[in-house]
Design a protein around this ligand. Structure first.
Ligand SMILES: Nc1ncnc2c1ncn2[C@@H]1O[C@H](COP(=O)(O)OP(=O)(O)OP(=O)(O)O)[C@@H](O)[C@H]1O
Ligand SMILES: [Mg+2]
Length: 241
């Protein structure tokens, strides 16, 4: 039996009369790269916000590393890159990394060594002392990824991490994700890029607040009868029921 990193069962989230999550079930293994797919409004971000402790569930269960969400014990062990970047634009790249490092209790030496590695990954070494306000949209996204990784989290939640990131850097992000995976880190990632979905160990397709298909990308493709993951996406997005 594999170890679970994330476990969600019958998860429901209502906003007033609107049901955003409607009985979501999800099991993600330790060390897995899991791609959560689905059209705008399917509930992907809502699920991530419940797992990371930013939203309260209406009912059902949500656990990370065997701990029931929300919990401070989860927060210390996960990294979260939100869909809308949450950086301090009046601070420099370095100061943002330092802020998030300190938030997680890292000492100065550790912050500096982590910063050196991460600035290399996001290819922004030259921009270390620039104000975040002066960076382009894609660059801000890259800094946000580095901030989510500063404390070496065991589980990473990446909500559309490569939006606005140029193709060359997207390739290097994915190389880094597989490097993280080889260190045993679990990654839950959302994306609308189907070439990226193909890099995941498994994908789950959400629609209207629940999972309607799941498996290895090749298996999902086969099940849908589509020729490409793009076509499979359209098949699941439009399918009745
Ligand atoms: N705070 C909120 N109050 C009311 N409705 C909300 C709130 N947050 C999300 N919703 C609704 O819940 C549904 C799911 O939203 P969510 O952001 O989880 O979708 P998503 O799958 O992440 O979509 P996208 O691909 O566009 O990021 C949407 O219909 C959204 O309008
Ligand atoms: Mg979203």
């Amino acid at each position: 039996m594999w170890e679970k990193a994330i476990s969600v069962s019958r998860l429901v989230k209502r906003f007033g009369d609107f049901t955003a999550l409607n009985g979501l079930d999800l099991e993600i293994r330790k060390g897995e790269v899991y791609g959560l797919l689905g059209p705008n409004g399917a509930g992907k971000t809502t699920a991530i916000k419940i797992l990371t402790g930013l939203l309260k569930r209406s009912s059902g269960e949500a656990e990370v590393l065997g701990i029931r969400a929300p919990s401070k014990d989860i927060a210390a062990r996960i990294g979260y890159m939100p869909q809308e970047t949450a950086l301090y634009v009046g601070l420099t790249v370095h100061q943002n990394l330092e802020f998030f490092g300190r938030l997680f209790g890292l000492d100065r030496a550790r912050i500096l060594s982590r910063e050196a590695e991460l600035l290399r990954v996001i290819d922004l070494e030259r921009w270390r002392d620039e104000l975040v306000a002066n960076l382009s949209g894609g660059m801000k996204h890259r800094v946000s990824l580095a901030c989510a990784l500063i404390h070496e989290p065991e589980v990473l939640f990446l909500d559309e991490p490569t939006v606005g990131v140029d193709p060359e850097l997207r390739v290097s992000f994915w190389k880094y994700f597989s490097n993280l995976k080889s260190r045993g880190i679990t990654i839950l990632i959302t994306t609308h890029y189907m070439d990226e979905a193909g890099h995941c160990d498994r994908v789950g397709f959400m629609r209207s607040g629940r999972l309607i298909a799941e498996g290895e990308p090749a298996a999902v493709l086969k099940e849908s009868g589509a020729k490409s993951l793009e076509d499979a996406f359209l098949f699941y997005a439009r399918r009745d029921g």
